[in-house]
Structures are given as structure tokens and as C-alpha cells.
Design a protein around this ligand. Structure first.
Ligand code: DHB
Length: 390
């Protein structure tokens, strides 16, 4: 097979890139290890920055994000048993939208089918070749078991945090920047009415918890746990007890409980691959960088990469201008590091560790008050959370 841009990975980053390139008349082929139903059933985060929503709507993916997503004009940071509201609109004049990432994926998949995009699902044995040449390739076994090869001008690795493509950047040119955290998230879906109309990020003596929503009768919540925790060791009663403990306070706030229909432990770390381009290979999204989930930046950052990369590929493949692509890694990494900082900072500010001293927890509370008690602190949080416009 021959194409201009071969994309490994049909998650939101890979499909969005293919969608934008197709609109510019460029040829793409996307390959993906999983099948669409499995991806749709994998629960991921749900907060979209305004710029992410605009990309979906302006490029004609679908308006479902507007009709089925919910605008959130603020969020609450809860600590010492009290909620502190941060009004995004008041602080920076922007909002975010709650619309699950697996639905973003589905909308992009539908748009690809509608527009005649080529995607090979359920492929295996993916290997990339000749990334230092002008004719890189990718080999794989398709869903019917046939060996296939794609040759292209540019190969894009959009294959997630365990990227195969990334490994094609030789170790002497690649720097892996990362940091680990001594905790993970226990994520649940439950059948219950919403406990609140916006997200609540809470820091408590029992650790961090995040209260999110999915619909009128399904809710998404997380609490801090040990990375080695086995979800099956937790009964519904134990889970609800922990979550209630995390949010309890003098205001008497309680979560609406219901049957737990999904539970997963999500370990996380911060990672950046530098550079994001080597020869004819380019990385986007989690393949190039992963952030802890606390700042809700993962998908948004992937879309930012795509927003920089798509015009650079158009310049190269239509006009023969290599300069925008040469600037891709530097330009994308600038925002990546801002998001790394925000995600690290919010994670550290809200989680607790068994090694924390009394000094550490008091300092953490001081940091939270410095954000919530001042219009400048709230504006800093809101500007970062809703996605920097500059
Ligand atoms: C959700 C997940 C996040 O990591 C986050 O920061 C906000 C919301 C969610 O699943 O709804």
C-alpha cells in the first residue's frame, strides 16, 4: 500500500490528524491494534478545553459534543471539608465541556467512515521501518491474518503511552524525561444521580478524590489508591465508605450512592519524549508525552499536537516546504511542558503520601488557600485548566 501519511493508532489523536489531512486533500491510512467497540468501551477522561471543542466542531466532526456534552463554567477545589468554587468564566472568560473521550473517539470514527477514510482495525505485529529515509514504512498483519506493508512520506506515531513508534527514535537522539508518583487512581462508574453539577477535586485526610459525571443516571468518580491495589479486593460498601470519607465535611456534603458498574486501577506517571520528530517519523499525543490525569490535559494536549502538525504536513506535502515540520517538536513541546507542570502541580497539591510530614500537609493547605482565596490564584488555575490561549 502507498499513501502520503501513515498513522499508527486510531485513538483521538490519530483519527483527528487523519480527519484534518483528509480535509486538505492529503491521503492517509490509519492502522490500529484494537477494534472500535473495545476502544469505545475503555473509559477515559472527560474534560475538553474550549479549543478542543472548537476543533471538533469547526472541522465538521460532529456537533454531538455540543448537544450531548455539558458546559462547565467552573469547578470546585474541596479541602478541610469545604468546597471552594473557581468560576472559569469570571476568571478568564472561558469554559470547558464534559464529554467523554470515548465518545470523541466514536464521533471521529463515524466522521472517518462518512468521509471515506481508510482505517485498518484489529491489526497485529506492527513494526516501523526506515524512519531516517524519505520512504518510511510500516508492516503489520491485518484482521484477516494477511501480512501488509504501507510505504509513505511521513509516518505518524499516535499509538499511545506504550508506543511502538517511539522506539524507532534511536536512543542516542532520544531523551526520555519522566517522573513517577507513589499513588494511582481507583476509578468507578456507578448508577446514581449526579452528586453535583460540576466537578469536585478534593483533598482530604483520606487522600484525593474526584467527583465527575457522565449522565443523569451514570456517574464517574475516582479516589487515590496504591498502584498495586486490586479492584476486586474492594466491595461496593468499601468504595462508597472511602469516597464519602474523602468528601465529608462540616457542610454535611454526601455523595449519591448506587451500584458500581465498572472499577479500574489507573497507575500514572509524567513522561516526555524529546524530540517528537526524527527523520520521517513524528509522534503525537500519548506516544510523545503522558500526563497524570488530575489536570484533565491528556486528550487536549494530543489535539494541540495535531493542531500544530496538520498544517506542517500540508506545507511539506503540498508545497514542499519542510520548515514548519522542522519546527513541530519545539512548538509542540512548549505547550507540553506547560501542561506537564500544571498536571504535576495539581497532582502534588491534592494527593497525600504516607511520607508526608505535618509540615507537608500544612504547606499543601497553604498552597490551596493561595489559589482559592485570591482572584489571581483562581485566574492562574482557571487559565491553565481551561487551556492557555497564548
Ligand atoms: C475526568 C477525568 C479526569 O482525569 C479529570 O481531570 C476530569 C474529569 C472524568 O473522567 O470525567
Amino acid at each position: 500500500l502507498e499513501t502520503q501519511v501513515a498513522i499508527v493508532g486510531a485513538g483521538p489523536a490519530g483519527l483527528m490528524l487523519a480527519h484534518l489531512l483528509r480535509r486538505e486533500g492529503l491521503e492517509t491510512i490509519v492502522i490500529e491494534k484494537r477494534d472500535p467497540e473495545t476502544i469505545r468501551a475503555t473509559h477515559r477522561a472527560g474534560i475538553l478545553e474550549a479549543g478542543t471543542v472548537d476543533m471538533l466542531v469547526d472541522s465538521g466532526v460532529d456537533g454531538r459534543v455540543l448537544t450531548e456534552g455539558h458546559e462547565h463554567e467552573g469547578t470546585s477545589l474541596r479541602f478541610e471539608g469545604r468546597s471552594h468554587h473557581i468560576d472559569f468564566q469570571e476568571a478568564v472568560g472561558r469554559s470547558v465541556r464534559l464529554y467523554p473521550q470515548n465518545e470523541v473517539f466514536w464521533d471521529l470514527k463515524e466522521a472517518s467512515e462518512r468521509d471515506g477514510g481508510t482505517v485498518f482495525w484489529s491489526v497485529d505485529d506492527v513494526a516501523v521501518h526506515d524512519v531516517e529515509s524519505d520512504r518510511p514504512g510500516v508492516t503489520f498483519v491485518d484482521a484477516e491474518g494477511a501480512a501488509r506493508e504501507i510505504r509513505c512520506r511521513i509516518l505518524v506515531g499516535a499509538d499511545g503511552s506504550r508506543s511502538v513508534c517511539r522506539k524507532a527514535i534511536p536512543e542516542d537522539v532520544r531523551t526520555d524525561h519522566f517522573t513517577e508518583y507513589p499513588f494511582a487512581w481507583f476509578g468507578i462508574l456507578c448508577q446514581a444521580p449526579p452528586s453535583h453539577h460540576e466537578l469536585i477535586y478534593t483533598r482530604s485526610e483520606s487522600g484525593f478524590a474526584l467527583i465527575s459525571q457522565r449522565s443523569d443516571d451514570v456517574q464517574r468518580m475516582y479516589f487515590q489508591c496504591d498502584p498495586t491495589e486490586d479492584p476486586d479486593d474492594w466491595s461496593d460498601e468499601q468504595i462508597w465508605a472511602r469516597l464519602q470519607e474523602c468528601v465529608s465535611g462540616p457542610d454535611g456534603f454526601r455523595l449519591q450512592e448506587g451500584p458500581i458498574i465498572d472499577k479500574t486501577v489507573l497507575p500514572f506517571r509524567s513522561y516526555v519524549c524529546e524530540p517528537l520528530r526524527h527523520g520521517s517519523l513524528v509522534l503525537v499525543g500519548d506516544a510523545g508525552h503522558t500526563v497524570p490525569p488530575t489536570g484533565a490535559k491528556g486528550l487536549n494536549l494530543a489535539f494541540c499536537d495535531v493542531r500544530v502538525l496538520a498544517p506542517a504536513l500540508v506545507a511539506l506535502l503540498r508545497d514542499g516546504d519542510e520548515r514548519p515540520l522542522a519546527g513541530y517538536s519545539g512548538a509542540a513541546l512548549e505547550r507540553v511542558w506547560k501542561a506537564q507542570n500544571f498536571s504535576y502541580w495539581v497532582t502534588r497539591m491534592l494527593h497525600s503520601s504516607s511520607e508526608d510530614s505535618e509540615f507537608d500537609s500544612r504547606r499543601q493547605l497553604g498552597e490551596l488557600h493561595a489559589i482559592t482565596d485570591s482572584p489571581y490564584g483562581r485566574a492562574y488555575f482557571a487559565d491553565s485548566y481551561t487551556g492557555w490561549q497564548a
